[in-house]
Each structure stands twice: as structure tokens, then as C-alpha cells.
Write a new protein. Sequence first.
Length: 410
Amino acid sequence: MIDIKRSRVWATAFIATIVLASTVAMAAPVQRIKEIQMPLMSFPAIVKAGESFKLDAALGGKEVVKAFLILSNAKDASSTLELLNPSDYEGLRTWRAVVPEPTPESLYDLVLTFEDGTFDRQPNSVKVIKEFKKKYIFVHMTDIHFNLGLGNPADKRHLIRERILNEITALNPEFVLFGGDLGLYPETYDRDYITGYENFRDKLKVPVFMTPGNHEMYIDRRGPSVIDGIDYWKAAYGPLYHSFNYGKLHVLSINTFDWPARWRDRYDKDVMATGSVGFALIDDAQWEWIRKDVAKASAQGDNIIAFTHIPVELLQGGNRFGIEKPEKLGGPSSSLFIKFLDKYKISHVFVGHIHMDSLRQLTDNVIEAVTLGAGHNSKLEEELWGYRIVYVEDGKIVDMKTISIGKDDI
């Protein structure tokens, strides 16, 4: 079992080790999500040829002329989709999009064309497969921190990042779970979000499911306008938490940096003193969604795993935060959440945040897998970067392997 008090002391020390230089930038988020709301590059559909996936679009009065899949480098449609059972809810139109049976197995962009001559294209958002495999691998990758070290000619971490993305694509896993921390701090969000998005789009040619870390979610109120990481995340990647199935494996994406805006202000003295910039929180709304989602998956007989950014033993739900005006936080405490994981036998929780390779037995039923950073190292151990390969059989994790890369390997 995990010593929670010791973990909090360790986390505070860890936060103090990460002091990254930055410069002020004020560019607005680049809007990557337009009409197509689902599936997305950050939350793709994995579908068998001949079957259908859920397609959501915010049309704003437009009418769809055609929906099709297209290979990322192609100009012409690879496979035209049949849209069935349209329904409208809260500004969204939803269909079942049927993939023609002859469609070759590959990762595709999804394209919608509209009657006014415009179109929307969501890259790497649909993976067509022949079947859901009983025996396969997926990859957990986290803490890639694009742009960190680029100002130093002697810093070669960009080569490590590129190597990791190329290796994962060559492995061709069924999917990748990315556990957060694409960038640095609010004043570099304009370039961090562009670099992260374009690298994942262009170099990682496998389905990627994403969850945010603390470094994507900060707020900066020091300038003439507020910079809020949630605005950038929603513009580029969409949902802050979600779930999906691959066969009988149910995968839960959890946002453990779900703090109210008050506690995400990276440069507020009270916030820095309390440590919320590095600790975990799941707010009441997400907590309710998690409980309903897991109960449904369990009732269906699914095997359940989860991935998030911050280790769950650092959850602060129920604690009082603040110096001048302390307030009680909502959401689950770490002990309550671990009991929840155990109750539903959520066998593995994949996390990052501390840039180390570690397996922790939270309960008899639950393992927390901490994965090496893919682009930044805390220097608490030897300088290693990497990712984790996870082996699955019949919907259950049967083995894992850490792939590590050192400075001498590049």
C-alpha cells in the first residue's frame, strides 16, 4: 500500500526541481476542432470494416453533402461513409457512420463536405481494422514536453522525442495512451500546442487517446489578457476526460488536474504555496461521470483500466486549501478513489508526472504503472527517457515492458 503523507512530501520536492525558463507569448489558441466534434485525433474511433462508429458534428446551420475517410497524404476519398440515424441534441448532430466492408485496414482522416462548398478534416481520427484482436499490444507514453531544451544547441532531447515517436509508429500498436504534459507553461502555450499537435499528427501514425497533464492546464493572469490552458486544450484536443472500448477492454481517461480556475493560476502566491500546481484533483462533475461510466462497464463484464497524468495517491479531494481563505475541495480523496479502483477491480492505472519507471501495488487488485518521461527527465535517477509496451490477451493485461533510451543511445 502507498504511504500518502510520504508521497505528498515527495511530490512537493519534485515540483521544486522543475523550474523551466520561459518568455511571454500572447497568441490565441489555434482552432483544430471545428465542425467535427467526434471522433478526433485525440479520441479516435476504432471500427471494423463493415460496421459503424458514432460521428458528432456542430453544423451551425450547414448541411452535410458527403462524409468520407481519406489517407493522411491522399487527395481523393479512400472510402465514402453512409450516415444513418441522424439525431440532434444541444447543437450537435449525431449519426452512425458506416464504413464500407472493402475498406483496407489503416489509420484515416475523417472529412465532411458541406453544401456551401466548405469542408472539415480531422486527422488520424478513424482506425479501420479487420477484427478486434484477442492478443495485442498498446503503448503508454507521457511527459514528452515538446520545445523543452530547444534553445540550447547542446540539448539533444528533440532527437529522443523524434526517436520515440518513430519507434512507436513502427511498433504499430493497436493504440497509444498519452498521459499528458505536451508543453511547459502558459507563456509558451502558443508554440507548445502547435508543436505537440503537429508532431502527433505527422509522426505518430497510430490511434492516440489523450488526457491532459498539469502543464497543459495552467492559467496566467499577469498580462493584459488571461491565458488559460483549458482554452488551448479544447481548441486542439477537445474533451478533458472520456472512455472507450477495445473489445472487452474498457479504458478510462481521467483528468487529475481538474482544479477550479482559482487553483490553476501558475503565478499566484497562494496557489504556489499550497502546491496545487503539482497535486491532483478530480472535481465533483467528473467524479460523478467516472462512477457512472465504470458501473456501466462493469455491468457489461468489461475488464477496466485507466490512465491519467498525476499519481492517484496525490488526490486532494476533501482537503482544505488556501492560506487567507481556506476552502474545502470537492471530489474524491486519494483513499476513497483507491477504494473505488479496488471495488471495481480496475487492474491498472497508468500515470506519469514524475518521469520515473515504477510499478506500485495500490491494492491486491490494482497496480499503478508510472512511466518514464518521453521528453523530460527529473534527474532523480539516471538520465533515461522512454515509454511502456503493454501486452493484452482476452481483454486483460498479461505483461508490460519498459523501453528506455539514454543520452548514449542517440
